[in-house]
Design a protein around this ligand. Sequence first.
Ligand SMILES: Cc1cc2nc3c(=O)[nH]c(=O)nc-3n(C[C@H](O)[C@H](O)[C@H](O)COP(=O)(O)OP(=O)(O)OC[C@H]3O[C@@H](n4cnc5c(N)ncnc54)[C@H](O)[C@@H]3O)c2cc1C
Length: 441
Amino acid sequence: MKAAVIGAGPAGCTAAYTLRKQGHEVVLVEAQDHVGGRTSQLHREGFNLGSGALFLMGGIYPRTNALLKELDRYQDLVPWDADTHVLDADGSRYTVKFDQVMSFLGMAALTWRDKLRVAAGVARQLLSPGPKLCFDGAELARYDRGENLETWSRRVLGDKGHRYITVPYMGFLYAVPMSWLSTSLFHAILKQFYRLALSVPPEGVGQVCDWIIEGTPGLDLRLSSPAEKITRTASGYTVHAGGSTHEVDAVIVAPEPGVAADLLDGLIPSDSVRKLRDCLYSDYAHVQVCYAKNPWPDFPASVALPANLERDWGACVLQSRRHPNAVPEGGEAVGVYFYTPPLAGMTDDDIARSAVDTVHEVYGPAPEPTFVHVFHYQRGLSIANPGHYATLDSLHAEMPDGIHLAGDYFAHAGVEAAVFSGELAANRLMATSPTRPQPVS
Ligand SMILES: Cc1cc2nc3c(=O)[nH]c(=O)nc-3n(C[C@H](O)[C@H](O)[C@H](O)COP(=O)(O)OP(=O)(O)OC[C@H]3O[C@@H](n4cnc5c(N)ncnc54)[C@H](O)[C@@H]3O)c2cc1C
């Protein structure tokens, strides 16, 4: 079988790898001049800036871990001790560890009564049935009861539990108000809190896709080749990309859902196109404030999270502590990650200015930064609101023969969601393919 995979983010790269492993011919077309999508790294003045993804999340990323083990790269991951300050509205700080959810219970802002309420809520969650895989959209759909995360969290963990645990935690991951999110992911994380551990490849999360491509011999990778059109042929499909045409038996479509909708319009039912187009996305901005000389070499925490939604930002991260080659020797960069709602009224200059003010508030006075780099996405992260998973999951059954969809949006943003969906798309395609070649050794 010959397949085309469109989009070389983690979803497309994983799909291409999975198909090649079984000996299929694969052309992977990517619009940009590099692989990685929203995980890619950008090099500027000696800094290795993450354009998107910050970290992998240990035991709750089982498919990513399995893939990296297969590629003999898992042992190269660098653990990240995310010592974290949670900042209160009045400037008080509480020290926790981001990947040890239970450490949040130690915050002095919580009374014993608050702590007991949270502990009881978490215990109830542990004992009740719930999703085991944090990034399997079909499983998350089964446990999505239509309630939003804010209502659930205030009802079960109490207002203080909501403010000091749910908001800083999920605000860092998704940067939107909790009322915009379904409960399923948070429930899945609570059920597996002991498996959480943060790590990063030495060159940043973008290296995951580089590793996958290196581990996929025989792949026909076409960079700077945006797919423009897919047309039906007598025996399969033609993919028109970057001035070339590719005659294939099947296509895995792995860019964001709006692009997938444009490419598939006319090939799939109009209701399916609508579901793809209606998939909610957040506006997203983060800023890297970069210093050639580190103004705070001994700062006691590497992450800061606000315990409220009154600030513009949802997280600050010291990049030098995240992975070894993030900053030039003696330098520092702070990633300031913004909440979505305030962005509607902000220009990129406003965002950059607010980021520098935030850095001073969180880490203390500093001279002018060497440079400030703004990453601003009109469509940053898919929003998994109540009903999202079931709507998106239903799309798989609506695709014609030989067309499969992949992307993190089937669950919610995260490398694991992308890897999971890429594998699933490739496996579904191979299960229906009439030609079964021998695996590549
Ligand atoms: C600021 C930010 C922080 C994040 N932090 C984390 C984190 O800490 N941990 C984590 O696990 N995840 C994180 N994520 C999410 C993670 O980056 C995504 O879940 C992941 O990149 C999704 O992979 P994907 O392959 O589905 O999509 P993408 O990475 O978006 O890849 C899609 C690819 O398709 C390509 N494409 C688009 N149109 C076409 C076309 N017409 N033809 C060909 N190619 C096309 C794009 O160029 C892109 O390369 C973060 C994301 C952002 C934005």
